[in-house]
Design a protein around this ligand. Sequence first.
Ligand code: SF4
Ligand code: SF4
Length: 248
Amino acid sequence: MPIHEKSLIRPENLVTHDQLVIDGVDVSGHWSTFITSRTITDYNEALQDEIAALPGGEYIHRCWQCGSCTNACTVNAIEPDFNPRYWIYLIRQGLEEELLRDKDILWQCVSCNKCTYACPRDVVPEGVMKATAHWLELKGHTPKSPSTHFDEGFTESILATGKIEEGRVLRTFFKRTGQPLNQPWLVALVTGLVRRFPIFYLARMGFSAVFRPRTRGWSRTGAAIQDYVNERQAEQRAALGLDVKGGH
Ligand code: SF4
Ligand code: SF4
């Protein structure tokens, strides 16, 4: 029997009576709060499999709804509507429409992993949150989040050269998220670096930014990793019933 918090029931489905007697028993007041019955016809029976096909969602089937993840959750403490246990319940039941009601807060997970340490069933709820946010993006229910833009720029940089180019990753991130480069904190960081770093390092950073040196022998390694990434993304898209060739 799942747990139902009153806050999770739509207000229009709650019925209360100030005065009510049933079979001679006075159940007036909050005792007479009823949930109207309804018929759900829009199940996505594949929803759990779709989430399980994405990185982090693999162990969602183990959940026994104890609620320890939500109790431990950093975000839930300040935003009661952020409820990993409830979303896992919805996913396992295939209640896609209900899940989509929370699509604008589901991505707020801060990846602290407190839920993961609290979970007695090794569900890795943090991974499930990540997989669900990824699922929302892949299905087109939400735009790409800033963290997805960052991950993509980071991965592209490594695949291209075998190196992490912080400057390029940052520039790509700002461009894709529509942010100006002259962020005050970035200006302060660069100014501080220029003042403190030996000229040799600064020259080396400038050289790397312009010429993008590659790790030796990277062509074959990078191509092999790219093939693997393409393969996994095609598998994930197929599991979600999406066009396998679609971009990510
Ligand atoms: S990882 Fe996310 S879901 Fe888990 S406790 Fe932290 S904020 Fe909550
Ligand atoms: S702590 Fe684990 S088993 Fe308990 S509700 Fe959360 S995910 Fe499910």
